[in-house]
Design a protein around this ligand. Structure first.
Ligand SMILES: [Zn+2]
Length: 256
């Protein structure tokens, strides 16, 4: 792209932002793979160290009539393993499971505090979440309330809790010093402002998503995932993209 002064300016420099370390925070195993996995795989391949925080272990993720309540712990272990396998495909270093009950998540202060502790401990440069405002997607999908709860708790853990010294002072007493996250990547926003080109990692995203076999059954998600990525990239003329609203919580400091 050529600017008025005739200098070449990169059109998508924002897309090339790669954090050194990132937390990917979601309600359920598989949320990350359905939404932001192409970005994470791209970042991981560029050297970013990523940790997934999965707030529930997806223990309500079966409508099979042969299972009752006693199946839930078994399903949770299966789904945690699926998430670890998906992470290995993406290049995500570690998964942290918080063990909240699936389908009952609320954006409580207790959850915000737990996420604050993790952010202060891991000190990520970027945090990747869903959209806390997303209720309706088209006419066909009512956003799961766990997704909104996870996103809200994570967003407010980033700001103000993680960076404000005198919020949750018992964390401070326990040695968790404040930490300022530079950027929050919010996926699923109605008004995205940042597009990550995932042409190079959409196959990896699909391979990771397929690790969630307990959820996919016989269904092949490829057609849908490619259509979503095409849709997300259309506005910018990108073949496959993941689109975000990015909150810049701290500007990059110029390097000396
Ligand atoms: Zn989910």
């Amino acid at each position: 792209m050529t600017s008025l002064s005739g200098k070449i300016t990169p059109m998508t420099s924002e897309n090339e932002y790669i954090p050194k370390c990132a937390l990917s925070i979601h309600a359920h195993p598989d949320d990350q793979e359905f939404t932001v996995a192409g970005t994470l795989a791209k970042w991981a391949r560029a050297g970013c160290e990523i940790i997934s925080v999965i707030i529930t272990s997806g223990d309500a993720g079966s409508n099979d009539p042969k299972h009752g309540a006693d199946y839930k712990p078994t399903l949770a272990r299966i789904r945690e393993q699926e998430q670890r396998s998906a992470n290995a495909v993406l290049g995500v270093k570690e998964a942290v499971f918080l063990g909240y009950p699936d389908g009952e998540l609320e954006p409580t202060l207790a959850l915000r505090k737990e996420l604050t502790r993790i952010i202060r401990q891991q000190r990520p440069e970027a945090v990747v979440i869903g959209d806390p405002q997303g209720v309706f997607y088209g006419n066909g999908y009512i956003n799961h309330p766990d997704h909104r709860a996870a996103a809200q708790a994570a967003l407010y853990a980033v700001f103000p809790s993680a960076e404000t010294r005198l919020i949750f002072t018992d964390l401070l007493l326990a040695g968790y010093e404040p930490h300022k996250v530079k950027r929050v990547y919010v996926h699923g926003s109605e008004k995205p402002d940042t597009w990550v080109d995932i042409a190079g990692t959409i196959d990896v995203k699909l391979e990771a998503l397929r690790k969630h076999a307990s959820q996919l059954g016989e269904w092949d998600p490829e057609k849908m995932v490619r259509e979503w990525a095409e849709e997300e990239g259309r506005e910018k003329g990108i073949q496959y993209a993941e689109a975000y609203k990015v909150m810049v919580n701290q500007e990059e400091q110029p390097e000396n």
